[in-house]
Design a protein around this ligand. Sequence first.
Ligand code: FMN
Length: 187
Amino acid sequence: MLKETNAENGSRHILLCLSGSISAYKAASLASALVKDGHEVQCAATESALQFIGPAALEGITRKPLKKELFAESSEIEHIELARWADLILLYPASAATIARLRAGLAEDLVSAIFLANNFQSPYWIAPAMNSRMLEHPATQENINILMKWGARIIETETGTLACGETGTGRLVEPETIHAMIKELFG
Ligand SMILES: Cc1cc2nc3c(=O)[nH]c(=O)nc-3n(C[C@H](O)[C@H](O)[C@H](O)COP(=O)(O)O)c2cc1C
């Protein structure tokens, strides 16, 4: 169910959340494609995500300061405002650890707090990215199933060569594929 905001000119508010995966660089390509489509894109990242991609790339592409602090120097309560602002929240890439945090309902960092504050008022999409064994572990599988049952859309991983050199499932869906899915969502 989409909110009625910003629908007139086709521009939507997309909250792109990043967590700590080696594939985080792909979020820059996705953000760029969404900005070119005329959407407003706001990035939020976990501390670990910023080990893999620098804020400057995301800020330059989106022309918005990256959000990372739960306790920011701001008069606004960021996680509530961001969840309210978003027409779509996309966790891209979604690490095993962040998926576990969402399933546990922990709100210890900005990305997890946004998940709770949104409460599926806007679509919440999760694009896992991890080693095959991490993905197939019962802990991760159970976490994913619960998040799906609650209303999150899980974007299936791709099969291929992984960053660790192994071949299998767990590759983050390519930016072009998720971009097409977002186009379809917003018609
Ligand atoms: C080089 C490297 C690559 C990693 N890639 C992944 C990954 O693709 N997926 C994943 O779930 N964790 C990966 N991790 C582990 C996470 O970064 C780690 O669990 C981190 O605590 C996740 O934090 P976050 O979920 O708060 O972002 C990787 C770690 C390293 C050192």
